[in-house]
Design a protein around this ligand. Structure first.
Ligand code: PMP
Ligand code: GLN
Length: 408
């Protein structure tokens, strides 16, 4: 699990006793915070947290500035500005043939993060189970716990140079308590894009067991080399049982803006909105205004971004290979997995804690993304959403550190 145990489970502040609620008792500092702090304190190149060092569309930045100056600074409607909801509806129809009514089938959220939390709060009762594929994004287990539910990890299997679905393991994981299947494609942290065959298997299981699908598609525009992102909502019978989440953060390299959205059948979106309205109510009016305009021409922008990221992925993967760290295939997103055993490590956490001293580089141990106990401990995630110069420096330093040896 990502978070470490909170040290002070009970204590006093001055004369006041306190104890945290059970739902946050085991939530500690996230691995992203820990590793970013390590990069800051050591001056290492940060290939850990997926924070892009890439440009955003100039027109989008100007539109936001204009929207602020023009006075678009008050609460937007709780479900999002009509313009952004219409733009999201047009995007889903144009790209995937998915038809959603802007009025009641689309909800704008404070990033995909809030959409995920609200969806699980809306769909799960205490004691329910949520299935996700392991490794998975750290918020999933935390959100399930906030809802009183339990995340059940179904490990993706390392097959050759990539990760594949284990259909039998998925079927075996479903129990009478399973309410939701939480999918993420393209996938963080592996860079996997689920194939249409894999999605068909997942859809079968969900239909057979009447599961609701929550699908996190924040990397939908970042699939490379002809890998094709297919929303599971497009499969037969799936639109009615699927909530699809995306966000502007990765698509436009604006992760600090926190504008996301969720699309699905009106009754489900209404339930998600019921939770969301008391988390933030609404946020980001000027960003929503500007993004509504930008989303219409996203294809043009995303094509260039994909070219840049593909080059950065190749540079990083080749550099990792030269440094003797075995990289796996990444068809999408921001991250490459590497096997650190050739450097003599069996534990990625130890490798990551020592790497700033050894090579002036920060990465994230992939074990932090596993819910189940059988994580391949020797996998480490490196991020390539960085400036070319940062990746080149990291690769040079890794190569030098390897030749300087000795391995532990
Ligand atoms: N889902 C995945 C798979 C992610 O990698 C991230 C992290 N950026 C998020 C959700 C969160 O997205 P947002 O910043 O829009 O809240
Ligand atoms: N999505 C980012 C990553 O996987 C991190 C976001 C965060 O820090 N919570 O690196």
């Amino acid at each position: 699990m990502v978070a470490q145990e909170t040290a002070d489970v009970r204590g006093t502040v001055g004369s006041a006793d306190w104890s945290p609620a059970a739902r946050v008792r085991h939530v500690g500092t996230s691995i992203f915070t820990e590793m970013t702090e390590l990069a800051r304190s050591t001056g290492a190149v940060n290939l850990g947290q997926g924070v892009p060092e890439l440009d955003s569309p100039a027109a989008l930045l100007k539109d936001v500035a204009d929207a602020v100056v023009a006075g678009n600074n008050q609460y937007p409607p709780a479900f999002g500005t009509p313009a952004l909801r219409e733009a999201v509806a047009a995007h889903q129809l144009r790209r995937y043939g998915l038809d959603y009514r802007p009025q009641d089938e689309i909800l704008v959220t404070t990033g995909a993060t809030e959409a995920l939390a609200s969806a699980l709060l809306a769909l799960c009762d205490p004691g329910d189970e949520v299935i996700a594929f392991d490794p998975c994004y750290d918020a999933y287990a935390a959100d399930a716990r906030l809802a009183g539910a339990r995340l059940v990890g179904v490990p993706l299997v390392l097959d050759g140079d990539g990760f594949v679905l284990d259909a039998d393991a998925l079927r075996a994981a479903v129990s009478p308590r399973t309410r939701v299947l939480l999918l993420n494609t393209p996938h963080n942290p592996t860079g996997k894009v689920f194939t249409s065959e894999e999605l068909a298997v997942i859809a079968d299981v969900c239909r057979e067991h009447a599961l609701t699908v929550v699908t996190d598609e924040v990397y939908e525009h970042l699939a490379y080399d002809g890998a094709c992102h297919l929303p599971i909502a497009t499969l037969p019978g799936m639109r009615d049982r699927t909530l699809t989440i995306s966000s502007a953060g990765k698509t436009f390299s604006v992760t600090g803006w926190k504008v996301g959205w969720i699309c699905g059948p009106a009754p489900l979106v209404k339930a998600v909105g019921a939770a969301k309205q008391f988390l933030t109510y609404a946020s980001g009016t000027p960003y929503q205004e500007a993004l509504a305009r930008m989303l219409g021409s996203v294809e043009e922008w995303a094509g260039e971004l994909r070219d840049t990221l593909r080059q950065h992925r190749d540079l990083l993967s080749e550099g990792l290979r030269q440094a003797g760290l075995h990289p796996y295939r990444a068809d999408a997103g921001y991250f490459v997995q590497a096997d650190v055993r050739p450097w003599g490590y069996t534990d990625g956490m130890t490798f990551c804690r020592e790497l700033p001293q050894r090579a002036g580089v920060v990465a994230i141990p992939t074990s932090a993304f596993y819910v189940s106990d059988d994580a391949p401990a020797w996998l480490v995630r490196f991020s390539f959403c960085k400036r070319e110069a940062s990746i080149r420096t990291a690769v040079d330093q890794l190569t030098r550190a390897r030749s300087a040896g000795p391995t532990p």
